[in-house]
Design a protein around this ligand. Structure first.
Ligand code: GAR
Length: 200
């Protein structure tokens, strides 16, 4: 049976577009909702352009009350009845109560070679550490931030003279290959790991 996928974003949504554009033909899943915690997120318009239902659940009125924000999130999700949630540049920390509800059904893409550099500023931290390689991971979401079983990894060399921006710009196209590849397998019921390597 076709899997229903909700994609959660906070910004431009380029990973969301990469996921949505591949969910066609014999793909075992279809996008049913794009949800943003930022009503101004550029990705919402892109999703509408792709004919996908969108909703914004603004986190700001909830202040520090994460539980109430997540109740609103759950209500919006329930209306779309997804089987799988893909976090794609969703920049809110989720509580263990929420992640437990979706464990085994929620994926995230994180722009570092986990377990290195959980959290923010991953590109800068990899450069500052003098790492030879950088990359991204797609993983199942568990209660701990940027943790959980790894389903895929893409790796690229850090060049002399790389800045956080140049590195992020070279990594993004790899994210756009890795996440759809992992989602396709995951939606078909496989957790077999996918590894991609860029030589440039
Ligand atoms: C991507 O690089 C993604 O890996 C990162 O945010 C960017 C979103 O870009 N995610 C995180 O940092 C999550 N901790 P996009 O909106 O164009 O997909």
């Amino acid at each position: 049976m076709t899997k229903r996928v909700a994609i959660l974003i906070s910004g431009g949504g380029s990973n969301m577009v990469a996921l949505a554009e591949t969910m066609v033909g014999d793909h075992p899943a279809r996008p049913v909702l794009v949800l943003s915690n930022d009503p101004e997120a550029g990705g919402l318009k892109k999703a509408q352009g792709l004919g996908i239902a969108t909703v914004a659940v603004d986190h700001k009125p909830f202040g520090k009350d994460r539980a109430s924000f997540e109740t609103a999130l759950s209500d919006a999700l329930a209306a779309a009845n997804p089987d799988i949630i893909c976090l794609a540049g969703f920049m809110r920390i989720l509580t263990p109560a929420f992640t437990a509800q979706w464990e085994g059904r929620m994926l995230n893409i994180h722009p570092s070679l986990l377990p290195k550099y959980k959290g923010l500023h991953t590109h800068a931290r990899a450069i500052e550490a003098g790492d030879a390689d950088h990359g991204c991971n797609v993983h199942e979401v568990t209660a701990a931030l940027d943790d959980g079983p790894i389903l895929g990894q893409a790796r690229l060399p850090i060049r002399a003279g790389d800045t956080p921006d140049s590195l992020a710009a070279r990594l993004l196209p790899l994210e756009h290959r890795l996440y759809p590849a992992v989602l396709r397998r995951f939606a078909a019921g496989s957790r077999e790991r996918i590894d991609l390597q860029s030589e440039a």
